[in-house]
Design a protein around this ligand. Sequence first.
Ligand code: F6R
Length: 606
Amino acid sequence: MCGIVGILGRKPVSGQLVEALKRLEYRGYDSAGVATVENGELGRRRAEGKLQNLEARLADEPLMGRIGIGHTRWATHGAPTETNAHPHMTKRVSVVHNGIIENFNQLGSELKSAGVELSTDTDTELIAHMVTRELDAGHDPAVAVQHALRRLEGAFAVAFIFKGHDNLMIAARQGSPLAIGFGDGEMYLGSDAIALAPFTDTITYLEDGDWAVMTREGVAIRDREGMAVERPVQKSVASALMVDKGNHRHFMAKEIHEQPEVVGHTLAHFIDFANERVHIPDLSIDFASLNRISISACGTAYYAGLIAKYWFEKLARLPVEIDVASEFRYREIPMERNGLALFISQSGETADTLAALRYCREQGQNIASIVNVRESSIARDSDLVLPTLAGPEIGVASTKAFTCQLAVLACLAIAAGRARGTLSEETEVELVGALSEVPRHMSAILREVGAYDALAHTLAKAGDVLYLGRGVNYPVALEGALKLKEISYIHAEGYAAGELKHGPIALIDEAVPVVVVAPRDGMFEKIVSNLQEAAARGGQIVFLSDAEESAAGCDLMTAIKLPAVHTFTAPLVYALPMQLIAYHTAVFMGTDVDQPRNLAKSVTVE
Ligand code: F6R
C-alpha cells in the first residue's frame, strides 16, 4: 500500500526521493509524487501511474530543494488521479500519508463549515488544512502537528514539510510503520528499511503514537502523551538483502526459484536434523493444556493456516478455529482465557490481522505469530514470534513466504503432537525426514518448467479455470486459483473436489480447464472419481500428480508429473506447480507480474 519517504539532505533530493520510492514500488501503487522546500517555498510534482511518469515530470520541471517528501499512493479515498496524488499541499505545509483517517467525514464537514475549500477527494488533504489552521493560529510547526494529530482517528503514518523551513520534517506513526534513518549530516524517513537501504543501515522504528521532529542534525521523538522518548537504534539487514532480480525477469520468478534454499533455512531453524526431531527455539506454548488453537490471517497466509488446521487436528488432535482476519475481528468469538491465538503474515502489517490479534489480546489469549518481517507490528505485539526466513518478498503475489509459513506450521504441528502425546517418536522421525526432503523435491520441480510454458498458451485463452483438491490439498487448490487470478486476471476458483457436484460442476464445459491437485495419497481414488466427472462434461483436465497419466482413467489436456512425496509434505511441494502455472500464464499474457493491477503488497488498511 502507500509508501512514504523523506530526506533531509545536503544536495537536491528529488532524485533520491524517487530512488527510494522505487524500492517501495513492490507495495503496490497507482500514482506518485514528491514535494520539496526550495528557497523557503514549497513545490511539488505528481503523476498518475508508474514512477517513470513522475520522473518525466521532474525532468521537465525539476525540483531543487534539499529537503523533501515523496509518496506512492494506493487509492483508498478518491480515484488514482494526479489531483488526488500525494503530497497534498496548502500555502504553508505539504503532507504525505499512508493509511485511512476514519473520522474523515466529520473533519471534512468541520473544515467546510469553517470556509475551507477542499480540492481533492482524499482524507489526506484534510490533514494539510488542519495543520495550516493551527499554523495560522500562531502555533509553531511541532505544536500545530501535535494538535492536528490529536483529532485524527484511524491507522496512519504521516510526514510533513513546511514553507519557510528548510531544516524541519515532522513524522508521526499511528498504526502504519515508519522507519527513521541516520546519515552523515542527513536524515531519512521511510515506510520500511528497504526504502532507506541505499542511504543508511542505521534505523530507528517509531512506535505507535510516536511523532518525530527531524532536522539534519538528528531527531527528537515524543510519544502520544508528548513525553520525550528514546527508541532503539538498530542496524538494518535490509541493505545486506539488497533487492534485485538476479538473472530473473521478475521478482516473482526469483522468489519461486529461491524456495528450496529459503524453505531449507526455515526448516533448519526449527529442526534438529542430527536427532531428527523438531526443536522450536524459546517455545513458550504449553500445547498439552490447550483445548483449541485460533488461527487468523488473510489471503495466501490464510491458506497456509487452513493447511495447518489439517496438520494440528491430525497430528496433535488439537481442534483449530480458523477464519480470515477481516471476519474474525468482527465475529465476537467467545474465547476461553489463556488459549492460543496464532497469526500468520508475511508483512506483519496487515491491518485486519493486526486487529484480530488485538481482539485476541483483549480476550486473554497468548499470542503467537509467524511473520517474515521481524520488526513488524504483528511481531512486536506477539508473545512468541516464529520467523519465516524467506528474506524480503518483493513480488506482490506471495510465493516463498507461503512455503516458508508452511514449513514453520508443519514443525509447530509436530511439536504440538509430541507435547500432547499424540505423535510417537517414530512418526516424528518419519515426518522430519519427509520435511528434510522438501527442498530436494522443490529443486526437481524447478528444473523442469517447460510443461508450464506450454500449458500457459492454453490457460491464457480461458475465461474461467477451476482448481480442485481434497483434504490437506484443498487449500493448495485455493492458493492455485488465487495465484492465477491475481497475476493473470483470469477468473479462477478453488474447490474441495467433493463439492464439485454441489454446484460448480454446472460451470464445466469444453472451454473450462480444471487443474487437479492429485498426489497419490489416501484421497487419490476419490479425487480421480471427481476429475472423471469433470472430464465427462468436457472439462479440460490438468493433472498434477506423482501417479502415471493412465491412473486418471480419462483423457487429459495436460499431465505434469511431480515427485512422489510424503502425504504430510505434499502441500509444500505442490505449491510450486500452482505458482509456476500462474507465473507462466501471466508472462505469456504480458501482465505486470510483480505489481498486478489494484493489488498492494502490504495491506495496511482494512
Ligand atoms: C496473495 C497475497 C495476499 C497476502 C495477504 C496477506 O498472493 O500475497 O493474499 O497473502 O494480503 O498478507 P500478509 O501475509 O502480509 O499478511
